[in-house]
Design a protein around this ligand. Sequence first.
Ligand code: NAD
Length: 256
Amino acid sequence: MSNMQDKVALVTGASSGIGRATAELFATNGAKVVVAARRGDELDALVAAIEAAGGQASAVQTDVSKSEDVQAMVQHAVGTFGRIDYAVNNAGIEGVFSAITELPDEEWDRVLGINLRGVFLCMKHQARAMLAAGQGGAIVNVGSVNSFLGFPTGSAYCTSKHGLIGLTTSVSAELAVQGIRVNLVCPGIVDTPMHHRARNLLGDEIYDQGVLPSVHLRRAGRPEEIAQAIVFLCSDAASYITGTTLTPDGGLTLTV
Ligand code: NAD
């Protein structure tokens, strides 16, 4: 555990899965947490759970693909808790899996709009807030093993996640001199609502016989295990780490 007392963490996509587990872990470490996502009821329930456990949290309903929402999200964080020390850009969708010949233009735009443009917008406004405070900070973006690997019918999702490597490395180089570290966490298969939707799209047979056997630990990860990697990269224990990727994937990308 890290001591994050008096620190402020902002987590997008916090209503579910990896984002929710990350927000809870920040709170357990003593940070004040701003939780952002599209679903207000679930965010309110998360805030109540964090407060019931003795933590501090605030919810802000946000669509990360909309510039005005992202600006309002960052203003909410600064207005509520004074500043942002840690920002986790985790919100994402799997979209519709489709052959390139059938993939609707609008679906390409929707997936790239949330998974790639959304992270761009978040980093832009988070970095402005961190620079204005002048106390450094840490940003973690959430990619995927599909930041390195493609799969048939996954062109929009994989492109969005590959793009996060360029976005993360470039921005980390820009902000390092001001004491802001930027890293990318690339999970493998994680037991969340997204994973179950993706499994339904791919089919149990492809998943059980094609995907799972390539995971050397032979199981899906738990959201809490990914949260540990994210919170570590924000913590002082990672003070010399910037511009890199950490891949908690149970060994999925070790071998072909
Ligand atoms: P999830 O579906 O459980 O949660 C996704 C979260 O993102 C939800 O809170 C949702 O409301 C939010 N979200 C979606 N679109 C949004 C938008 N436009 N604006 C704001 N919030 C939005 O999924 P998860 O598995 O927890 O995924 C979290 C991240 O991890 C995603 O970026 C995903 O691509 C990545 N990831 C997941 C897996 C996996 O197997 N679950 C693997 C690799 C990467």
